[in-house]
Design a protein around this ligand. Structure first.
Ligand code: FES
Length: 324
């Protein structure tokens, strides 16, 4: 299996503060040519010189612009990525990025789009709002932030073309937030699609309300937060690749991805925390124990996809295959 790691060399052309804990970076190709266009909601891998790969949503106003814009919130529990981008990255810094990928697409058939963002989850939502406004499709955007100082891109939300449909809610309690979102959902027209990105608890609440009020097929979500793993809940099992007879042991504390690589298989990966989908494989036999935040509930229930960077097995043997 090839790694699928096409990368592009870029440099930072501008850096600015977008909120008290968020920096915005503009990236351009070092050879001066245009970066690929992207669909609203897309993200890129950013490969940092300190050896980490992080995913950031593209949040420019124009997806066909030759440069990219990303916004990076400094996470207090940063494992190094956002801390490095806040402390060391500056104009001129060179980075390698992946080509845009999109698992958070706008529906082509919706009659209305309801965009809901919590905190830095506003970044993919922003590019969606610009695209909807440009194509004059019907949408409403609700952006929930914990404080005035943490509102990202406030100026843009306050002016054309977003001002009429974008509503910023600051400092609401969880109960008030839930009530506001339930109100938006109950006022939604038939065939409204909901898109949500934000912190895990915020997304969980919104998705569960929306599934009940709109239906599963109308709900789209994007998460960059890794799953929380519970220590001591892992047991050993084996994996086999389709067409091979050798079973590869996966001990507690080691991932399927690491075990397969150690056995000599060249498998792609990016986030390695179950949020990007890069490492996805097909389940041929066995019962997966999904621990990612990438697959939808329907995909989990179908039991045919598997993310070996975090997920494990409920059966003693799991048979996997590469995606075609
Ligand atoms: S590498 Fe990102 S989900 Fe596995």
């Amino acid at each position: 299996m090839s790694a699928g790691t096409d990368t592009i060399e870029v440099h930072i052309t501008d850096v600015s503060a977008a909120a008290d804990d968020t920096r915005v970076f503009w990236l351009a190709r070092t050879d001066g040519t245009a970066l690929p266009t992207y669909a609203p909601g897309s993200h890129i891998d950013v490969r940092l010189p300190i050896g980490l790969v992080r995913q950031y949503s593209l949040c420019g106003a124009d997806a066909s612009a030759p440069v990219y814009r990303i916004a990076v919130k400094r996470e207090p529990a940063s494992r190094g990525g956002s801390a490095w981008l806040h402390s060391a990255a500056q104009v001129g810094t060179r980075l390698r990025i992946g080509t845009p990928r999109n698992a958070f697409s706008l529906s082509d058939t919706a009659d209305q789009h309801l965009l809901i963002a919590g905190g830095i989850g506003v970044t993919p939502i922003l590019s969606m709002a610009y695209a909807l406004a440009a194509s004059r499709r019907r949408y409403t955007l609700a952006y929930f932030a914990r404080s005035d100082a943490s509102v990202v891109f406030r100026t843009e939300f306050g002016r054309s073309p977003l001002a009429d449909e974008a509503h910023i809610h600051v400092g609401l309690s969880p109960t008030a937030t839930r009530g506001r979102i339930a109100g938006l959902l109950s006022a939604a027209l038939p065939n409204t699609h909901l898109y949500v990105c934000g912190p895990p608890a915020f997304m969980e609440m919104t998705v569960s309300l929306a599934r009940n009020m709109l239906g599963e097929q109308f709900v789209h979500q994007e998460s960059f937060d890794p799953v929380v793993r519970v220590a001591g809940d892992e047991h050993e099992f084996s994996v086999r690749l389709k067409g091979r007879s050798d079973a590869i042991p996966v001990p507690a504390g080691k991932t399927v991805l690491a075990s397969l690589r150690e056995a000599g298989f060249d498998l792609p990966s990016s986030c390695e925390v179950g949020v990007c989908g890069t490492c996805m494989m097909r389940v041929v036999a066995g019962e997966p124990d999904h621990r990612d935040t990438y697959l939808t509930d329907d995909e989990r229930a179908a039991g045919t996809c598997f993310l070996p960077c975090v997920s494990r097995s409920n059966s003693s043997v799991l048979v996997l295959d590469e995606l075609a």
